[in-house]
Ligand binder design. Structure first.
Ligand code: BG6
Ligand code: MG
Length: 221
C-alpha cells in the first residue's frame, strides 16, 4: 500500500525550473557554450556543480577551468537564479498542487521533499508551503545527486516507510531514474518521450489527483 509521497520541487511544485534554466542559459552564453533543448532538458534535476560540469562538457571545456573558477561560476549562476526568483509569488505555483497537498494531508499520507536544490527551503517559505513539508531531504548531505537513487532512498527513510510504500513525483528524466532506482513508484509530469521511464505519466500537474493515481495504478497492476 502507498503511504507516502516524495516530491521534487522545481518543475513539480513551482515553475522555478524555468528560472534555473534561464540562469544557466546566461552562464552558458558567458562561457560561449551553445544552449540547446537537449542540454536544457539534461540539466533538469541535476545538482549545481554537476550542472556546471554538464555545461562545460557540452562545450568541450571541462578542462579549461580551475576548481576555484568553477565555484565562482556556480555562485554566479546562483546569483542569477536568486535575482530571477526575487519576484516569485504564489502565481508561480503549478496548478492543482495546493489542492493535491491538502488532499494528501486530509488522507493522512506522509509527505516529504526530495529536491536537489539548496534553495528549496526559501522557496517553500515564499510559497507558503513549509507546513506541508516537515520532512525535507538535505541535498548537501548526499554523496550523489540525481539520477543516483540516494535522494529518494533518504526520502523514504525520513518518512519511516519502505520504498515500495512511496510514490515519487518528478518532471525530469534524472529524477525518474532516481525514483525507479530507489524501488519506489514514479510519477512523471511532462513529456512522454522525455519521461518514458515513469511508471505513471501526467502531462500537467492539474491531473495529479488521488483518484487519477489510483486509476493509473490499477491499470499498471
Ligand atoms: C534541481 C533543479 O531541483 O535543483 C536543477 O531541477 C538545479 O535545475 C538543482 O540545478 C540545484 O539547485 P540549487 O538551487 O541548489 O542550485
Ligand atoms: Mg524538477
Amino acid at each position: 500500500d502507498i503511504k507516502g509521497f516524495i516530491f521534487d520541487l522545481d518543475g513539480v511544485i513551482a515553475l522555478t525550473s524555468k528560472y534555473h534554466s534561464q540562469a544557466w542559459h546566461q552562464i552558458a552564453d558567458d562561457l560561449g557554450v551553445t544552449w540547446t533543448k537537449s542540454l536544457e532538458d539534461g540539466l533538469k534535476g541535476i545538482s549545481r556543480m554537476d550542472s556546471l560540469e554538464m555545461i562545460l562538457k557540452a562545450g568541450n571545456k571541462e578542462n579549461d577551468y580551475t576548481e576555484e573558477e568553477k565555484i565562482k561560476l556556480a555562485a554566479k549562476k546562483n546569483d542569477n537564479y536568486l535575482a530571477l526568483i526575487g519576484n516569485m509569488n504564489i502565481d508561480d505555483l503549478l496548478p492543482g498542487i495546493p489542492e493535491f497537498l491538502e488532499d494528501l494531508m486530509a488522507h493522512n499520507y506522509k509527505i516529504c521533499l526530495a529536491s536537489a536544490s539548496k534553495n528549496s527551503p526559501i522557496i517553500l517559505k515564499k510559497l507558503n508551503l513549509a507546513r506541508y513539508f516537515p520532512d525535507v531531504v538535505d541535498p548537501s548531505k548526499l554523496k550523489k545527486g540525481k539520477p543516483d537513487p540516494e535522494i529518494y532512498i533518504r526520502g523514504a527513510e525520513l518518512l519511516n516507510l519502505k520504498p515500495e510504500e512511496c510514490i515519487g513525483i518528478e518532471d525530469a528524466a534524472a529524477g525518474i531514474q532516481s525514483i525507479n532506482g530507489a524501488g519506489e513508484t514514479s510519477i512523471g509530469i511532462g513529456d512522454t518521450q522525455e519521461l518514458s521511464a515513469a511508471d505513471i505519466l501526467f502531462s500537467s500537474t492539474k491531473d495529479i489527483t488521488l483518484a487519477n493515481i489510483e486509476a493509473a495504478m490499477k491499470v499498471n497492476a
